[in-house]
Design a protein around this ligand. Structure first.
Ligand code: GDP
Ligand code: MG
Length: 214
């Protein structure tokens, strides 16, 4: 099975969810391009960005999905979540309502995974390659040994973004931490503006996914 160093690649789909304007698109552009957009552009303009990193000598590609603004209408479809093995649930520390929405986002994530038809009916390869057949020449290792993994293991992190806005903070770090503990999530406060913890937040999630499947 093991092909040795260099012969093996992993591709993980990670989704960004959370209320509108919490900074999802900027977290992604900061992570993948080291860019920040001070203007309120609704979306990054693509469905996902791919970022490579190395863990334990393995090349990991994280395909990170950003919404196209549909969260404004609470209209994120199950297709968005399909095949995801990691999720960052983002709120804005300066807007309490965005924190109060976290539970709803978690519910949506969970119910999509538990009840979504795709889990049972599609091959895991569909997660990775937009054709119906796996393509071994791409060198992607199937990251799931069994269906059970698909159904249960999604690495999740609660992200309190805009931690640079300390002056107008509306959600304490303690409240963030305790919600994360309650729900069994990783937790981190970030700033896409000044880069605080952005790399770390994504890396922790990706590492956890890797641990879940290796
Ligand atoms: P999305 O709707 O969740 O994708 O949010 P955006 O990434 O479009 O960001 C919404 C607004 O918040 C934009 O005006 C960003 O410039 C701003 N923003 C995003 N991240 C941060 C941050 O970490 N700190 C501050 N101060 N503003 C941010
Ligand atoms: Mg956006």
């Amino acid at each position: 099975m093991e092909e040795g160093l260099g012969g093996e690649e992993y591709l993980f789909k990670v989704v960004l969810i959370g209320d509108s304007a919490v900074g999802k698109s900027n977290l992604l552009s900061r992570f993948a391009r080291n860019e920040f957009d001070p203007n309120n552009k609704a979306t990054i303009g693509v469905e996902f960005l791919t970022q490579e990193l190395e863990i334990d000598g393995k090349m990991i590609k994280a395909q990170i999905w950003d919404t196209a603004g549909q969260e404004r209408f609470r209209a994120v479809t199950s297709a968005y979540y399909r095949g995801a093995v990691g999720a960052l649930i983002v709120y804005d520390i300066s807007r309490k309502t965005t924190f109060e929405s976290v539970k709803r986002w978690l519910d949506e994530l969970t119910s999509t995974f538990l009840h979504g038809p795709f889990v049972k009916h599609f091959s895991v390869w569909l997660n990775f390659i937009p054709t119906l057949e796996p393509d071994p020449s791409l060198g992607h290792k199937c990251s799931f040994g069994c269906t059970a993994h698909c159904e249960t293991t999604v690495a999740r992190m609660l992200v309190g973004n805009k931690c640079d806005l300390e002056d107008i903070r509306a959600v304490s770090m303690e409240d963030g931490k305790s919600l994360a503990e309650e729900e069994g999530l990783f937790f981190m406060e970030t700033s896409a503006l000044n880069s605080t913890n952005v790399q770390t937040a994504f890396e922790i999630v990706i590492r956890e996914i890797y641990n879940n499947v290796s």
